[in-house]
Design a protein around this ligand. Sequence first.
Ligand SMILES: N[C@@H](CCC(=O)N[C@@H](CS)C(=O)NCC(=O)O)C(=O)O
Length: 204
Amino acid sequence: MSLKLHHLNASRSQRLVWLLEELEVPHEIVHYTRNTETNLAPESLLEVHPMGKSPLLEDDGVVIAETGAIAEYLVAKYDPDHKLHPRSDDEDFPKYIEWVHSAEGSPFLPFLMSVYIRVAEAEGSPLEARMNEEQLKAIRFMNQHLSENAYFGGKNFSAADCLMGFGLLFVSMRPDFGDYPAIKEWLEKVQARPAFQRMLAVGI
Ligand SMILES: N[C@@H](CCC(=O)N[C@@H](CS)C(=O)NCC(=O)O)C(=O)O
């Protein structure tokens, strides 16, 4: 077995570094550094996948792109005892799979857009106002979910938490973060996990 994660610095790929640490599966991290002027990935990532974006997982030479697909692949193959993903007949499964995909879906989009709005110097635009509303909707939804469930995937920590963690780091930088105590409590809980700490040591 040769498992490699093609990891770009300061990127959502850190979710998969964390998940690999949680899985405790032997792997190699191949590091890439963003261009300091454009913030884009180096061209060498295009040699691994035509989109040239990170994360990319390579398992025995087979390359998989897209965060959610990589997470589903990893747990299906390397979590046979379902420590990090509920079984499909578990009552938590529908919630779990929704949050695995929400990490790149509707609740994440307004946070991603805020990065593009800054790059395009579109602060103060109608688009920014719209995205701010969408951010609030997403934050309230996540806070409500975490006030009713210990974790994103329900009662147990799961791969969904590793994926959602990246978006919530954006939330933790907001001045109104204190208004969302369930998110704060969840963040403190997951950041204390040894695998999260090992992810930080790998270099994000
Ligand atoms: N939908 C993709 C998004 C991948 C993506 O946009 N990755 C960013 C890192 S946060 C990237 O590689 N950006 C550098 C570039 O586009 O050159 C996923 O879920 O993995």
